[in-house]
Design a protein around this ligand. Structure first.
Ligand code: TRP
Length: 336
């Protein structure tokens, strides 16, 4: 039986992925290569929904791609590509824009949150239609499953609605994607503000650990992580959010259950525990950082890997788009 197809995307909006991206998404993507026909894209079209310097975008897209390969995504097994390399994303997005009601789009809570930052009238129309572009990403590849965090669930529901609507209006065209809720995704919070999600847009530098962090600063950040009153290493999200976050990190990185960790650190205080957490992160991140640096130093190799992904992605996208064009009633394009 064919493997279920999975598609996910990550934005190139920072100079490195962070621990939350790694444990919450990218690490699962690597695992899913074993069981799925996987498509993963660096969504640079999404990145320009907010003002972005071209040089930043270029650099961040390269870093994001290099990091995906460096964490173990294998271009032979999975399709790893840059969204803008496949023009069909923009094309399908337009068609889907025309299937989406204004009110329906206006209900998206992430747009409301993000646009509040700029003031609603300063936000771009692209930011408004962001979820429709995301729907195009998913539907182009006929994905069966989409691994997403809780903040993207509403977008996935919109994607399903749009697929259903299109299929109903124009005839069966798109696979209805299911959310793929990861069984044990570590919810990683800010080291300085352990009740808030670790996030490139809202965390302070001390609250976030980059995948490219050097061991020295990395250790310092962990040692300085806000911990809670008391001295016992216990899992208690309510009263010990800082220690609980570190326990989740340690558990995810060492494949040890939280109760086992709690038992191990009984009577040892926070210091020893934090040192071990820093060690575990460093051990995981160092080889990834080294591979990323190597790839970034070899532009031709990175381009080669991305060309493989673009070709594989295009083959599928062109096929879907040909059906869509025909269903909608566009004339065959001359000479194509
Ligand atoms: N919106 C997603 C996020 O911010 C990124 C994304 C873009 C995505 N296209 C996608 C995720 C398609 C899954 C599938 O996390």
């Amino acid at each position: 039986m064919a493997r279920p197809r999975v598609l996910s995307g990550i934005q190139p909006t920072a100079d490195s992925f962070h621990l939350g991206n790694y444990l919450g998404a990218v690490r699962q993507w690597v695992t899913m290569q074993e069981t799925h026909d996987a498509f993963y894209c660096v969504v640079d079209l999404h990145a320009i929904t907010v003002p972005t310097e071209p040089a930043d975008l270029r650099r961040r897209t390269r870093v994001a791609a290099a990091q995906l390969f460096a964490t173990g995504l294998d271009p032979e097994r999975s399709t790893i590509f840059v969204q803008s390399h496949v023009r069909e994303h923009s094309e399908l997005s337009w068609v889907l824009n025309c299937q989406t009601g204004m009110g329906e789009a206006a209900r998206m809570t992430q747009f409301k949150d993000k646009s509040a930052k700029f003031g609603e009238s300063a936000a771009s129309v692209g930011l408004f239609t962001y979820p429709i572009l995301m729907a195009a990403d998913i539907l182009l590849y006929q994905a069966d499953q989409v691994p997403v965090g809780a903040d993207q669930k509403q977008h996935l529901e919109l994607t399903r609605d749009l697929a259903q609507r299109f299929n109903h209006r124009y005839g069966d065209t798109f696979t209805l994607p299911d959310p793929y809720i990861l069984k044990e995704v570590a919810k990683i919070t800010d080291l300085q503000e352990p009740t808030a999600k670790m996030s490139k847009s809202s965390s302070s530098p001390g609250g976030i650990i980059d995948l490219l962090e050097q061991p020295g600063p990395l250790r310092k950040k962990v040692m300085r992580a806000v911990t809670d009153t008391g001295s016992e290493v216990l899992f208690d999200e309510e009263n010990k959010p800082g220690i609980s976050n570190l326990l989740r990190i340690q558990s995810a990185l060492t494949a040890t259950s939280i109760p086992d960790l709690v038992a191990r650190y009984e009577g040892q205080g926070y210091g020893t525990f934090k040192k071990d957490v820093a060690e575990a992160i460093t051990e995981t991140f160092t080889p990834i950082r080294e591979r990323t640096e190597k790839l970034l130093a070899d532009e031709a190799e990175l381009d080669r890997l991305l060309a493989i992904g673009a070709a594989r992605a295009r083959a599928v996208a062109v096929d879907t788009m040909a059906t869509v064009r025909d269903r909608v009633g566009f004339l065959p394009a001359p000479g194509v």
